[in-house]
Design a binder for this molecule. Structure first.
Ligand SMILES: [Zn+2]
Length: 407
C-alpha cells in the first residue's frame, strides 16, 4: 500500500457517520481527533509542530532559515461531508515529505505544513475562519461571539478544546512564503480553452486552479402568521413556507438565466411543528458565478419574489491567483503526466483565496474527481490520481528554492 493510501486509511474512521459521510466540524471531538492525527504524523516525520494563536496547526521541516514553502489545507468538514475535501491536501503533504526524506532529497528552504482551522464554517457559519483570523480579515471580537445552532459560542467551544480564545488575532508574518494547496476537484467547472467541463472530461488527472469565483451568502427572513393547521382556511393563511418555496424556485430560475450557481441549503421554520402553520421561515441563499454582476442580478431577482431585502452575511469578490505564483506546477505536471497542465477556476472558497487577498503568493493544485461531487459523501478521487498529486507536491518541494517568493 502506498504511503498516501495508508494515511487516508488512518483518517477514514474519524468523524464517519452512519450514512458514510463525515462530520468533522470545528472544535468537536472528531476535529480534535483529526488535529491529534496531524500532530502525531508530523512528529513521526521529525517535523517541529506548533499551534498558532488562532488554533491553526503548523509542522515545519526546517532545512534553511527564513520563509519557504507552505503546503496546507484544512481538516474540518461540512456536516455530512466527504472524506477528501481538506484532509487530502494535508495527508498528501505528509506523504510527499516522507518520500523526499526516504529518497534523501531536500528542498532548498523550509517546508511547512499548515492545517487551517474551521475552513468550512460548518459550525459557526463563517468560512475560512482560521486563515481570516491569521491575516486580520476578521475581527477577533466578532469571531469569539459566533454562535452555533446549539447556542454554543465559539470562544466557549475553543476553551473546551483547550485553547485560549483571548489570544485570537492576526499573525500575517506567518504567510510570507509561498502557499500551495492540493485539493480534490469540486464540481466540473469549465477547463480553460478545452470546452470540457471538469478534469475527467478533459482527460487530465491534475489541474492548476486559476482563482476563485466571487461568492456570497444571504439570509432571507420571511414573516408570516402562525396558526392551527386544522382550523385555518386555505384562503386566510399567511404561510411563510409557501413563499419560501417560491423563493427557492426563483433562485434556481435566476441562476440558470445568468449562468451562475444559486443554492438554498438551509431553511429554518418556526416553530417547526407538523400541525402548525409557521410564523416565520428563514432561508440561506448561496450564490456564485464568474462575475459579480450576474450574482447581484440573481440576488435581486430572488429579493423581488421574496418581497423582503436579503441580509448579506458574507461577500467575497473574485480572487485571481497570479500565474507566476504557480510557476513550478505546470512543468511538474507535464513531467509527471506527459501533457500540458489544464487550468480551471474554483467555484468553492478556500484559505488560499483569503491568503491571496492578503497579498500572499498562492497556488492550488486540483486532483480529478470523477463524479465532481463535493461536500457530500460521494466525493472521491482515484488512488493513482492522488499518488500523482503527491508526486507533484514532492517535486515542487524539491524545487522550492526556485519557487519561493521571499519577503
Ligand atoms: Zn476544502
Amino acid at each position: 500500500m502506498s504511503r498516501i493510501a495508508a494515511l487516508l486509511e488512518t483518517l477514514a474512521p474519524i468523524g464517519r457517520n452512519e450514512q458514510g459521510g463525515y462530520d468533522r466540524l470545528a472544535w468537536t471531538d472528531a476535529d480534535a481527533a483529526m488535529r491529534a492525527w496531524f500532530l502525531a504524523e508530523a512528529t513521526d516525520l521529525g517535523l517541529e509542530t506548533e499551534v498558532d494563536r488562532n488554533g491553526n496547526l503548523w509542522a515545519h521541516w526546517r532545512l534553511r532559515p527564513g520563509a519557504g514553502l507552505i503546503v496546507g489545507s484544512h481538516l474540518d468538514s461540512v456536516p455530512n461531508g466527504g472524506p477528501l475535501d481538506g484532509p487530502l491536501g494535508i495527508a498528501s503533504a505528509f506523504a510527499a515529505i516522507r518520500s523526499l526524506q526516504e529518497a534523501g532529497a531536500s528542498p532548498g528552504s523550509t517546508v511547512s505544513v499548515v492545517a487551517f482551522v474551521d475552513e468550512e464554517g460548518g459550525r459557526f457559519g463563517l468560512a475560512c475562519l482560521g486563515s481570516r483570523l491569521l491575516t486580520g480579515a476578521v475581527d477577533p471580537e466578532r469571531a469569539r461571539a459566533l454562535v452555533d445552532r446549539d447556542g454554543v459560542r465559539l470562544d466557549d467551544a475553543m476553551r473546551a478544546a483547550g485553547l485560549d480564545p483571548d489570544a485570537l488575532g492576526p499573525e500575517p508574518e506567518r504567510v510570507r512564503g509561498s502557499y500551495l494547496e492540493l485539493h480534490v476537484e469540486q464540481g466540473h467547472l469549465p477547463v480553460d480553452g478545452s470546452g470540457a467541463a471538469g478534469l475527467a472530461a478533459a482527460g487530465a488527472p491534475l489541474g492548476v486552479l486559476t482563482g476563485i469565483w466571487p461568492h456570497g451568502r444571504w439570509r432571507i427572513d420571511l414573516p408570516g402568521q402562525a396558526n392551527h393547521a386544522g382550523t385555518t382556511p386555505m384562503a386566510d393563511r399567511d404561510d411563510p413556507v409557501v413563499r419560501a418555496a417560491a423563493v427557492v424556485l426563483a433562485a434556481r430560475e435566476a441562476a440558470l438565466a445568468e449562468d451562475a450557481l444559486a443554492t438554498v441549503g438551509r431553511i429554518d421554520v418556526e416553530p417547526g411543528a407538523v400541525n402548525a402553520i409557521a410564523g416565520r421561515a428563514s432561508l440561506w441563499l448561496d450564490v456564485r458565478g464568474p462575475d459579480e454582476a450576474r450574482i447581484r442580478r440573481v440576488v435581486d431577482a430572488v429579493a423581488a419574489v421574496a418581497g423582503v431585502a436579503p441580509t448579506e452575511e458574507s461577500w467575497t469578490g473574485e480572487t485571481a491567483f497570479a500565474a507566476e505564483d504557480a510557476r513550478p506546477l505546470p512543468a511538474v505536471i507535464r513531467e509527471l503526466t506527459g501533457a500540458d497542465a489544464p487550468t480551471l477556476p474554483s467555484g468553492a472558497g478556500h484559505d488560499a483565496g483569503v491568503l491571496r487577498a492578503a497579498g500572499a503568493s498562492v497556488a492550488m493544485l486540483a486532483v480529478r474527481n470523477p463524479s465532481g461531487i463535493s461536500h457530500a459523501p460521494g466525493e472521491s478521487a482515484e488512488l493513482p490520481d492522488i499518488e500523482l498529486g503527491v508526486a507533484a507536491l514532492a517535486l515542487v518541494m524539491q524545487r522550492v528554492s526556485a519557487y519561493s517568493v521571499q519577503a
